[in-house]
Structure formats: structure tokens, C-alpha cells
Design a protein around this ligand. Structure first.
Ligand SMILES: Nc1ncnc2c1ncn2[C@@H]1O[C@H](COP(=O)(O)OP(=O)(O)OP(=O)(O)O)[C@@H](O)[C@H]1O
Length: 224
């Protein structure tokens, strides 16, 4: 089971007078079975933190440790394999492919990651839990924001990663759906023993979280 840790991470953008300190001495750890919420206002560094956790950006200084192994010591190929097999992203922009039906969004995953995706029974359960079973033949342009978001969550789960990183997964959802998504994220963590890390400013998700952090101006503090 994969444990992910950040140790004294700093991330800056730009230089000189334009230098932005997006993350300041951030240390963080997540283990299987944990649903972790990182709360922070716009511009606090949430997306930067999530993309570093997912290996999409590298920190300026500090270490990232995966299963007790420093990611800096992995080859490029090993890092890509780690990202493909272990990380599932649910991004704010949903990242659905516009010319593919919902059903084909999952088929696409099979082309990129050929093994160990959900079997038919687990897939059916996920799409039922997310209430998207009637949308499988629709195109992304025919979906509401909330529907697209639920499809994006299902697609991340389909690849059966051990770590799910979600960027504002409830932004476009009404309160009933927030409860459903909160319960779903919780059951993925608790019942499937995955690490789920969600960055958000939606405090409605707090009741579902095992651990809560606050990110303010790039500084991370654990509050639960
Ligand atoms: N590629 C970049 N180049 C320069 N500055 C950046 C870059 N990415 C992020 N920043 C800056 O780093 C800070 C943190 O940004 P980040 O997007 O991580 O915040 P956020 O909390 O996710 O915000 P939002 O909720 O609005 O997406 C901001 O000041 C932002 O302008």
C-alpha cells in the first residue's frame, strides 16, 4: 500500500521582485484508508500542492517520499509508471475528452493503462453510486457541470489507483450531491483502503474527513 509524504516542501514561481512563494515549508503525509481534506481560499496554493503530490510538478526544495523511497531517486520512467498506476486525478476542469462519449472516456483509460482497471461489477457499482449510469452515451458538451464532475470522479476511480487526488470535486454540486460525493470519497478511503486527498474550499465536506488541514498563503497547518 502506498504512503505518500512531503517533507519541507517549498515551491516558488518567478524570480526577483516577481517571485511568488506558493508553498512554504510544507510537510504532509497520507496513508491508505485516509480521507484528507485540505481547505484553503483561492490562491492559497492548493492546486500547487495537489500537482506536486501527483508528480505533475516538482518542488523547488524539499523531498517527496513514496513508500519510503525518495521520488528524486526514481528514473523518469519509474516516476511515470508511479503516476499512471498509483495516482487518480479529479481536476477542476474535469479534463473530459470532448469528442468521446462518457462510456468511451473509460475505454480511453484502457488504452493508456492496459491492466488492473476496475472489473465490470465494480465499475457498475461506481457509476450507480455516482448516478451516471444513464449518461454513458452522452458527450461532455451535453452534460451539466455537476454531471461532468461525477463522470470525472468515476474515470479517476476506474483506473483503480491507490491514491486519489481531487481538486474541488464538489464545486459545481448542490448540497444533496455534496453529501453523496462526500460519502463516496469516504467509502473509497475506508472500504477500498485508498488514500484520498481533496483540496477544496467547500466546508460541507468537513464531516466526511479523517484529517483536515488548512492552507493559508502557502503554509499548511493540521487542524484535525
Ligand atoms: N505556474 C505559475 N506561475 C506563476 N505563479 C503561479 C503558478 N502557479 C501558481 N502560481 C501562484 O501560486 C499561488 C498559489 O496558486 P494555486 O493555483 O496553487 O492556488 P489555489 O489555492 O489552487 O487557487 P485556486 O483555488 O484559485 O485554484 C498563487 O499566487 C498563484 O498565482
Amino acid at each position: 500500500m502506498t504512503t505518500l509524504a512531503l517533507k519541507h516542501i517549498n515551491k516558488t514561481f518567478g524570480s526577483g521582485q516577481n517571485k511568488v512563494y506558493a508553498l512554504k515549508d510544507v510537510s504532509f503525509e497520507t496513508a491508505p484508508g485516509d480521507l484528507t481534506l485540505i481547505l484553503g481560499p483561492s490562491g492559497s496554493g492548493k492546486s500547487t500542492l495537489l500537482t506536486i503530490l501527483g508528480g505533475l510538478q516538482t518542488p523547488t526544495t524539499g523531498d517527496m517520499v513514496v513508500n519510503n523511497q525518495n521520488i528524486k531517486k526514481l528514473t523518469q520512467h519509474q516516476r511515470e509508471t508511479f503516476r499512471l498506476n498509483e495516482i487518480g486525478f479529479v481536476l477542476q476542469s474535469y479534463n473530459l475528452v470532448p469528442y468521446l462519449t462518457v462510456s468511451d472516456q473509460f475505454t480511453l483509460v484502457d488504452h493508456v493503462k492496459k491492466q488492473d482497471n476496475l472489473d465490470d461489477a465494480d465499475f457498475e457499482q461506481v457509476i450507480k453510486q455516482l448516478g451516471i449510469e444513464k449518461l454513458l452515451h452522452q458527450y461532455p458538451s451535453e452534460l451539466s457541470g455537476g454531471q461532468a464532475q461525477r463522470v470525472a470522479i468515476a474515470r479517476a476511480l476506474y483506473a483503480n489507483p491507490s491514491i486519489i487526488l481531487a481538486d474541488e470535486p464538489t464545486a459545481a454540486l448542490d448540497s444533496d450531491r455534496v453529501i453523496q460525493v462526500g460519502q463516496l470519497l469516504q467509502s473509497i478511503a475506508h472500504q477500498q483502503n485508498k488514500s484520498v486527498v481533496t483540496v477544496t474550499h467547500d466546508i460541507r465536506l468537513k464531516e466526511f474527513a479523517d484529517h483536515i488541514y488548512e492552507l493559508v498563503d502557502g503554509e499548511l497547518t493540521q487542524v484535525k
